[in-house]
Design a protein around this ligand. Sequence first.
Ligand SMILES: NC(=O)c1ccc[n+]([C@@H]2O[C@H](COP(=O)([O-])OP(=O)(O)OC[C@H]3O[C@@H](n4cnc5c(N)ncnc54)[C@H](OP(=O)(O)O)[C@@H]3O)[C@@H](O)[C@H]2O)c1
Length: 259
Amino acid sequence: MKYTLITGASKGIGKSMAQILASKKRNLLLVARSSDLLQNLAENLNQQYKIETDWLAVDFSTEGASQKIHQWCIEKNYSIDILINNAGYGLSGPFENYSAKDHTDMMRVNMNVLIELCSLFLPELKNAPEAHILNIASSAAYQAVPGLSIYAASKAFVLRFGRGLQYELRNTHVRVTTICPGGTDTDFANRANLNDKARKAGEKLNMTSDEVAKQAINAMFAGKTEKILGFINQLGAAFVWLLPKKLVEKMTAGVYSQE
Ligand SMILES: NC(=O)c1ccc[n+]([C@@H]2O[C@H](COP(=O)([O-])OP(=O)(O)OC[C@H]3O[C@@H](n4cnc5c(N)ncnc54)[C@H](OP(=O)(O)O)[C@@H]3O)[C@@H](O)[C@H]2O)c1
């Protein structure tokens, strides 16, 4: 029996992806920090869709988080053919407003754990007749974002890594898909402490987590390597490519920095 492992499944885009995959009769392993949310979701999806579900509460910013997830799968005999690296968050405001630990904790969640899970699960993914890795990056991956500098850099890392890994695995049965959503209505803005300007822009442009999840899952099963979600975000990435970097940085700072 095969499972899909989803990180950051307790809420937002991860929860929406769990609901869609459950409706497609995929067995699910749900991981994040909030045990009560994970337990409720796992029980509801199990009852509603008659699929196998389990959950594990882990804080990705702690040492050994990835090994704990991998060990849990070994002990419970869970074999996965889809790995969805979705857990992530941002911290908005000047770089100096946060401690080095604040930054590196976020980097662990957004990057290190994603890499470790790919590394730990790749041998078994390669053994499956068809397997997928779905990484959630961001439209922030396409340019520096003053006021969200580390977050944008971490998502550029996810995007570059995902493309590189997909090329390395091109002759295997594992497809690597990297998704770049723009603003999405989730808890992201609260956790990142986004300013009013960024929230106001989001009110007009944000996609719903269900729409983002649907497009992400479709892109994964279609074997796409990279997908920017939403026409406005696709247009934005094209402009960023065309315009001088300093101008783009001034424009993004105008939205995200708290000066
Ligand atoms: N919303 C947007 O505008 C947007 C845009 C582009 C990309 N994204 C990306 O989409 C992904 C999902 O975010 P979202 O928008 O759905 O935000 P969200 O609603 O805040 O969900 C974030 C998920 O990550 C988990 N998570 C956060 N910190 C964690 C930690 N230390 N250890 C384990 N799990 C942790 C959260 O679970 P717990 O709190 O239960 O731990 C939650 O399940 C992220 O990678 C984000 O960067 C979001």
